[in-house]
Structures are given as structure tokens and as C-alpha cells.
Design a protein around this ligand. Structure first.
Ligand code: NAP
Length: 240
């Protein structure tokens, strides 16, 4: 049985990934930070399917390494790492403080960097594995009033491409997903008017669902000739 670690799996996209991967035969480690109740409710939904909950702040290197090592100890290895945990923030560029920037980069980028370093020895041991980084379409095209968010997501794309080249010969794939607008808690501060405008500008005439992204994760996890690639489930909002 394969083992997947999903960071930020208590809610939204990470939660959908945990459910789909479990349904497809993976042991899953569900990482959460603040949303313990939501994580427990996901655990109830998974029932007897093999899984473990793990509280860790992805921006803390020590906690990240301990989490990855715990999953490997419990399940005997690591086959898939989904670097999904993330935060968003809308602010004018001039209002972004040093703390805002550090926090954004530490959670959205550095967390994925160290989780990948921690998982790597287990994947190298098997000469097999997959790392999937959840970026954003704003990391490709840039989002106004989301400069630090866009920069953190663009950093993930450079990280993905460089690491794919380095790890390809070791049988490990590294890919990124750059979702469009997905209906999760992350959209809570967008007004109804803005939502309607965004839908009007989406050829598919709807927002994405967490399941749309989870299906892309499963596809990349199982298709080993994809590496260094960026797939963007976005309903046609961005076509490049
Ligand atoms: P969400 O519903 O707000 O969920 C975010 C998840 O990240 C939660 O499970 C949260 O866990 C976790 N998280 C946040 N800070 C963390 C930390 N320091 N340590 C560990 N976990 C942490 O957001 P989502 O929409 O599912 O987003 C998931 C990923 O997709 C993010 O990387 C986001 O940037 C990306 N994305 C989302 C959209 C969208 O439109 N929704 C579009 C493009 C890309 P706790 O609540 O337990 O702290």
C-alpha cells in the first residue's frame, strides 16, 4: 500500500485530496495546524481506512521533519507528498509589512521546501516517489493586491522545475498544480459581486471544486512520465 502525506488537509483542497487518495488505496497522513475539529471530522469520515492525523505548523522546520518521520515510521515509507498548506491575503503592495511577507513565504513556500527535504531520503531509498506542489494561477500570471501571495506561488513553480531536473534520474517526479478559483474557505472575503464577475470571466461558467484539484493530484501521482510540469485546473480563466 502506498503512503501519501497531505499538508493542510483539515479543510478545502487538502481535505478532498486526503479523501480521494484514501479511496484509491493510499495510507494518508492528514496534517493540520489550527483546525483540530475539522481534522477529527475528516478522520471520522475515513473510518477504518488507514490514516493518521498530525498537528504541525508547516512553517516550523523541526515540526515538519518530525511529522514526515512519523508517517514513515507508521506506514513504512513515503510515496507521495502533496505540499498543499497555504494562506492567502489581499493587501495593497505598499501595505504589506515585513511580517506579512515572512509569514506568507514561510507557510506557502519554505514549508513545501522543507517537507520535500524531509521526505526525500525515504523516496531515494525506494528510487521512486512523487512530490506535488499546490501553487496557484496567480503564481503564473500575477494577482493584483496579492503580490506576496503571487510571489510565494511563483517561487513554488521555480522550485518544482529545478527539483524535477535534479530528482528525475532517481525515479522521483516533481510537479505543480496551479488551480484557478476554487470554492473553499480561502474565498470567504470575496463579495458576491466579485464572485459573479469572476464567474462571468470563466469560460466554464463556474468555480472549481476541491475535488477538481484532488483529481489532478491523483493523475499526477499515478502518471510518472509527467515531471517538472504545471497543470492548471482553472475552467479556462487563464489560458496560456
Ligand atoms: P483553505 O480551505 O483555507 O485551507 C487551507 C489549509 O492550509 C487548511 O487545512 C489549513 O490548516 C492549512 N494551513 C494553513 N496554514 C498552515 C500552517 N502554518 N501549517 C499547516 N497547515 C496550514 O484553503 P484551500 O483553498 O483549500 O487552499 C489549499 C491550497 O490551495 C493553498 O496552498 C492555496 O494557496 C491553494 N490554492 C487555492 C485556491 C482557491 O481558490 N481556493 C486557488 C489556487 C491555489 P488549519 O486550518 O488546520 O490551520
Amino acid at each position: 500500500m502506498k503512503t501519501a502525506i497531505i499538508t493542510g488537509a483539515s479543510r478545502g483542497i487538502g481535505r478532498a485530496c486526503a479523501l480521494l487518495l484514501s479511496k484509491n488505496g493510499y495510507n494518508v497522513l492528514i496534517n493540520y495546524n489550527r483546525s483540530e475539529d475539522e481534522a477529527k471530522s475528516l478522520s471520522n469520515e475515513l473510518g477504518s481506512a488507514p490514516h493518521m492525523l498530525y498537528k504541525a505548523d508547516i512553517s516550523q522546520k523541526k515540526e515538519v521533519f518530525e511529522m514526515i518521520n512519523s508517517a514513515a515510521d507508521r506506514f513504512g515509507g513515503i510515496d507521495l507528498l502533496v505540499n498543499n498548506a497555504g494562506i492567502a491575503e489581499q493587501k495593497l503592495f505598499s501595505d504589506i509589512t515585513e511580517d506579512d511577507l515572512q509569514n506568507m513565504m514561510n507557510i506557502n513556500f519554505t514549508g513545501a521546501f522543507f517537507a520535500s527535504q524531509a521526505a526525500l531520503p525515504y523516496m531515494l531509498h525506494e528510487k521512486s516517489g512523487a512530490i506535488i506542489n499546490i501553487s496557484s494561477m496567480w503564481g503564473i500570471v500575477g494577482g493584483s493586491c496579492e503580490v506576496h501571495y503571487s510571489a510565494s506561488k511563483a517561487a513554488l513553480l521555480g522550485f518544482t522545475k529545478a527539483l524535477a531536473k535534479e530528482l528525475g534520474p532517481s525515479g522521483i517526479t516533481v510537479n505543480a498544480i496551479a488551480p484557478g478559483i476554487i470554492e473553499t474557505d480561502m474565498m470567504f472575503d470575496i463579495s458576491e459581486e466579485e464572485k459573479n464577475e469572476l464567474i462571468d470571466n470563466t469560460p466554464a461558467c463556474r468555480f472549481g471544486t476541491p475535488e477538481d484539484v484532488a483529481k489532478t493530484v491523483l493523475f499526477l501521482a499515478e502518471n510518472k512520465f509527467y515531471t517538472g510540469q504545471v497543470l492548471s485546473p482553472n475552467g479556462g480563466f487563464v489560458i496560456y
